[in-house]
Ligand binder design. Sequence first.
Ligand code: IMP
Ligand code: MG
Length: 176
Amino acid sequence: MVKLHDLIFEPYISGEDINKAIDAIAEKLNADYKDECPIFLSVLNGSFMFSSEVMKKFKGECEIHFVKLGSYEGTGSTGEVKTLIGLTKSLAGKRVVILEDIVDTGGTLKELDKILKEKNVADYKIATLFYKPSIYREKFKLDYTGIEIPNEFIVGYGLDYDGLGRNLTSVYKRKS
Ligand code: IMP
Ligand code: MG
């Protein structure tokens, strides 16, 4: 059990299961982007840990860039996605792989789709470590998904509750 601010969280997904899910994603990326130089686009803050593991497991040439988007306050999405740190480099003609910690409503992906279209990328794919299919309401195809979960609020492995819990190496869910 872990206490973060006013809430209690219980163990939910082991570090071992997370590593296996990332290995599977990395294996597919290595096959799909063999002899190419993909641009990994890490969506801060939550995906820093996932991004770092994917990057370490990718065998060929690659680059990583960061954007910071935010829609969550406490344990719920505000519905409005803000760009807090944008892209500075030209990505025209590049193949991009978005690295997300978790896809929930899909609002963040909608904003990223807009940003990447304006940047004239060659194409982009979406990789997410966690996915909540029951509340996803967009149509973007999730090309690489790690672990599907029901509509639970989780922390750990980069994910936070009001800033806390990102350093946990396994995932905890809010205790009901
Ligand atoms: P979306 O835009 O609704 O898909 O939400 C995606 C973002 O909300 C993620 O990148 C996370 O930063 C945050 N988020 C969604 N679900 C959770 C959760 O269960 N715990 C912590 N953060 C979450
Ligand atoms: Mg995120």
